[in-house]
Design a protein around this ligand. Structure first.
Ligand code: E4P
Length: 221
């Protein structure tokens, strides 16, 4: 399973890229708003993210309400850099836009996917990436991991005539990361805090402390 970073924060991207584990970045309106950026800065900000991870897919979301609006946004965003992927919601308008953009060779990440039918429709319309959400199911006391596993099973059983990768999204915990991999997700898009937690384990910390302590004994001997 590959890791994408789920953030619009340039410092977080810079650091995670330096770890050598990041294969792409996903953003959304909420994540961009958290940076304090204004609408006028949006496209420039996407350009900066693309520069930080050249050649790696960077998802930039359209907020348009019509298929025509989404296509217009997508063409403008795709012109920012070769590695821009257009993020569109799964909806009749989103599917129509995805279909048109796939024919133009513009890659789409279809987002806000919660069910197997939505995932199948997204892939069938031409989406390059399909993003089923985990954490938002947990938020309403449903089993997000089980839903994700169902989407992985369904998508991996079909040939859509083009490459489709599943991005486990709305990943909030290291447990979600593990379950996404076990479910067969191609990619998990992970917030930086969750990525940092995924590196940690109390036994790693305890083991390291013991090694340091014993090394001091060797140095003092
Ligand atoms: C990424 O593609 C999604 O927009 C993101 O993972 C949603 O995460 P959230 O449910 O924690 O907001």
């Amino acid at each position: 399973m590959k890791f994408f970073l789920d953030t619009a924060d340039l410092d977080e991207i810079r650091e995670a890229v330096s770890w050598g584990v990041i294969a792409g970045v996903t953003t959304n309106q909420t994540l961009f708003a958290k940076t304090g950026g204004k609408l006028a800065d949006f496209e420039g900000h996407i350009g900066k993210i693309c520069e930080l991870c050249p050649g790696l897919p960077v998802s930039a979301e359209s907020c348009a309400e019509t298929a025509e609006g989404m296509i217009e946004d997508a063409r403008r965003l795709a012109a920012i850099a070769d590695n821009v992927v257009i993020k569109l919601p799964v909806s009749p308008e989103g599917l129509a836009a995805t279909h048109a953009l796939a024919q133009e060779g513009i890659a789409v990440n279809m987002t806000l996917v919660f069910t197997v039918p939505q995932a199948l429709l997204a892939a069938r319309a031409g989406a390059r990436y399909v993003s089923p959400f985990v954490g938002r199911f947990d938020d309403i006391a449903e089993d997000g991991v089980a839903q994700l596993a169902q989407v992985c099973d369904a998508i991996h059983g079909y040939d859509f005539g083009h490459e489709v990768e599943i991005i486990g999204a709305s990943i909030r915990t290291a447990h979600h990361v593990a379950e996404a991999a076990l479910a067969g997700c191609d990619i998990a898009t992970v917030p930086f805090n969750t990525l940092k937690k995924a590196v940690q384990h109390p036994l790693t910390e305890r083991g390291l402390a013991l090694f340091m302590e014993d090394w001091k004994k060797v140095e003092q001997a």
